[in-house]
Design a protein. Structure first.
Length: 237
């Protein structure tokens, strides 16, 4: 799909975009119901080794648009997706190896959100991201006042930006729904519990399910979107 190209399927319009943010190439996709009605917007953060059009990101975006009437967008995270050269493979440690990466991530999401506000009729904003989506999401949600509700999880004080996650967790003051896999073989559940406890918001819930890291039940994934849809409703408090 070429940048700027629009593709419509069953009432959902997918549009590719690409921004230059301080010399960084930021490729993204936005999904929207096929009209110009002012609507909420959800930022979708993909997991490690995935990308902005990963199968579950695409499924979540289409469900948001079709079932909830919510726009969504995703950008490739550092060292992932179209940020890679042709034939290059994801190197997770290298992608996150610079201590400035979290700052760059926040700048990329902020610039994308500002650009989208100029092209889409946006009312309220939420964030959804698990695993690396939470590595990106905690600094983003802590930094962007626009974000009014978030779904996070499958992450704790673990990984290359764990110090940044720890510093930013207490700054988050919007409602958060947090997902944990009891048998997570990548991020130990105790570290997930620690991150949940450190979130500064007074309105937070945790849902723990059996199974490994990538086995979040489909019903739980859909339920997380219901949480955002409720919180971002135009008459929500």
């Amino acid at each position: 799909m070429s940048y700027g190209e629009r593709h419509e399927s069953s009432g959902v319009v997918e549009t590719a975009f690409e921004l230059d943010v301080d010399g960084r190439r930021v490729p993204g996709l936005v999904w929207s119901p096929d009209d110009e009605t002012p609507r909420p917007l959800v930022m979708l953060g993909h997991g490690g080794t995935s990308h902005k059009r990963g199968d579950y990101i695409l499924a979540m975006a289409r469900l948001l648009a079709r079932r909830h009437g919510i726009r969504a967008f995703a950008i490739d995270g550092p060292g992932h997706g179209d940020r890679l050269a042709e034939g290059e493979e994801v190197d997770f440690e290298r992608a996150w190896g610079d201590e400035r990466t979290s700052d760059w991530v926040v700048e990329d999401w902020r610039a994308s959100l500002e650009w989208l506000r100029g092209t889409q009729a946006v009312t309220r904003v939420g964030y959804w991201g698990l695993s690396m989506g939470t590595m990106m999401g905690v600094p983003v949600v802590a930094s962007l006042a626009d974000v009014e509700a978030a779904v996070l999880g499958l992450m704790g004080f673990w990984g290359p930006n764990s110090a940044r996650i720890r510093a930013d967790a207490a700054k988050i003051d919007c409602p958060v729904h947090f997902l944990v896999q009891w048998d997570d073989e990548i991020v130990p559940r105790d570290r997930c519990f620690d991150l949940f406890g450190a979130l500064g918001t007074d309105e937070k819930s945790m849902l723990v399910n059996p199974g490994p890291h990538a086995a979040v039940p489909p019903t739980v994934m859909r339920g997380s979107l219901e949480f955002l849809a409720t919180k971002l409703a135009n008459d929500s408090n």
